[in-house]
Every structure is written in C-alpha cells, then in structure tokens.
Design a protein around this ligand. Structure first.
Ligand code: G3P
Ligand code: CA
Length: 288
C-alpha cells in the first residue's frame, strides 16, 4: 500500500516547493506518491470541454487520465456534456431558436449531432461535435487513456447507470484489465454510485461530495473514493477517508477542480490521491 500523505503527514510549503514527510504509520517499503493528475472534461482549459479535441489535447500533453460527464438524449442515446442544457457549450440557440431552455433530454441524438460544440471556445475548434459516449470511448481507447466517467444528473435519466455499463461492456471497458486500473465511475448522487456498485461490483466507484466524517462508513460500502471540492478538504478529512476500506481496498480522495500550483501543493500535503484539473500541465509542473 502507498504511504498516505495526510493528517499524520507534515507538509511544509517552502518557497514554492512542497516538502512531504512520510506518515508515522508508514512502513518500510511504502512509497509516497504525488497525486494522480486527471484532466477535467479533457484538457478543458485548452480545448472545448468534453469534446474529442479535449481528450486528444490531454493525450498530446502526456496525460492518460481524463474526466467526462454523461447524459441522455430524448431518444435514449448517451452523450458527453456537462450542463443539463446545450446552450453554454454549443450553438443550439442559433440552430434551434425556439426551443429554450435547450435541455439535452429534449433533443434527439441526430439534432445534437448537428451542433457546433467548438466555436464558443475558439474559432480553430469550429465544427467540434458533442460526442456520443460510444464515440468518446473509442477516442479514449484510441489514445490509450483512462477515464473518470461522471454520471451527470442521473435523476433526469432513469436507468442511465445500467445503460452506461452496457455501453462500457460493449466497448470492452468492463474486462479485468480496464476494471483494475482504467475506469472510475463517479456521481454527485449517492444512489447512482450505489446502483453502479450493485450492478457491477468490480467497478471502482467514487462519490462526488464531502459527506460528514461520521457518515463515511456508510459510503465505504459502495464507494472506493470520495472525490471532493478542494475547498471542502482538510488533512484531517483526507486522513479519515484513508482510514476506511471501500469495496476494493483503502478508500481514496481525489480533489477538484485544482487549477493552480499552490492549491495542488496543498492537496498533495493533505495526502490526496488525485487532483482533477482543467490545466494538467500546470499541475504536473507544480507537483514535480
Ligand atoms: O470530477 C469532478 C468534477 O467534474 C465535478 O464537478 O461540475 O465539473 O462535473 P463538475
Ligand atoms: Ca464532471
């Protein structure tokens, strides 16, 4: 097991460098590792979020872990988009002016496929599309990447967990190799995370949020990770999570959305296992 760099760890910020001393509980042979860096919605500071361009950019920067958001169209297709509405990240208001508030769930996959999901970000991304989850998984596979898949707004999409797992299975993502170290499924909905765990106990799961410490043992029954807003974390909280065992071993903590060097070093000092960031290259430099 890796030594945890958490409450019991002393982290001293010295002129931009982080000094991480091992926990007194560390055993000989334990390794101390910097947090894993996950590209949030792809490398979304540099390319339009949740598009194939965003995961390709992450790959070009040398990052294998990416994060996305999965929702469902009116005709039952899974697509990758963050907001419940298409308005912020596509030209839907121009293409379908009479259909405000442009909810994903009110549009068919064919209608969404017509939209430009790149121009809002920059002219060189004009023509980027909202990927279907199938297209997205093919892109991630092509890039030899690993995925933190978020089931977004599951209350809007009954049965989305089973449907997502079916697609992942069809794409070869539920075999032992992928389950071991290439896939994490997360949600802000504890019920959704529990459903994923119950359907396929082999999947590594994460709850998005910061449950009270007293409730953490309940989450440990179905979640391997607590993925928390960095502003809600402390060394003590990280340590409390690390003390628990989830379905597949000691629980972990990923922090989001960590976009500056000082916060990244602070999270490393707390002993977080991962940081989710829009600027993976900046964070890699900070943690080097
Ligand atoms: O992966 C964590 C993060 O994605 C959760 O927030 O709103 O960006 O989906 P959000
Ligand atoms: Ca997300």
């Amino acid at each position: 097991m890796h030594a945890r760099v958490a409450a019991a760890t002393t982290a001293a910020l010295l002129g931009g460098a982080v000094l991480i001393l091992p926990s007194p509980h560390a055993k000989a042979g334990d390794r101390i590792t910097a947090p894993l860096v996950v590209s949030h919605r792809g490398a979304s500071a540099y390319a339009p979020e949740n598009t194939l361009a965003a995961i390709d950019h992450a790959a070009a920067l040398g990052f294998d872990w990416v994060e996305n958001d999965v929702q469902r169209t009116r005709d039952g297709r899974l697509v990758v988009l963050h907001d419940a509405s298409l308005a912020r990240t596509t030209d839907v208001a121009k293409v379908y002016p009479g259909r405000s508030p442009w909810k994903v769930k009110d549009f068919t996959a064919a209608e969404i496929a017509r939209l430009d999901a790149g121009s809002w970000f920059g002219p060189r991304f004009a023509g980027a599309r909202v990927p279907t989850l199938r297209e997205y998984m093919e892109g991630v596979s092509r890039n030899h990447q690993k995925l933190v898949l978020e089931i977004k707004n599951p209350e809007l999409y009954p049965g989305i967990e089973r449907q997502t797992l079916r697609l992942l299975s069809n794409e070869g993502w539920l075999d032992p190799v992928h389950l071991r170290n290439r896939l994490i499924v997360q949600s802000f909905s504890a019920a959704s995370v529990r459903t994923v765990h119950d359907l396929r106990p082999g999947i590594t799961t994460a709850f998005l949020g910061t449950p009270p410490v007293a409730q953490l043992p309940r989450y440990a029954r179905f979640a391997d990770q607590i993925n928390a807003d960095h502003r809600s974390l402390s060394a003590g909280y990280v340590s409390a999570v690390h003390a628990l065992h989830g379905p597949h071993g000691p629980m972990k903590v990923f922090a989001w959305t960590v976009d500056d060097a000082a916060t990244a070093r602070r999270m490393a000092g707390f002993g977080t296992d991962g940081v989710i960031t829009n600027v993976p290259d900046v964070i890699r430099r900070a943690l080097r």
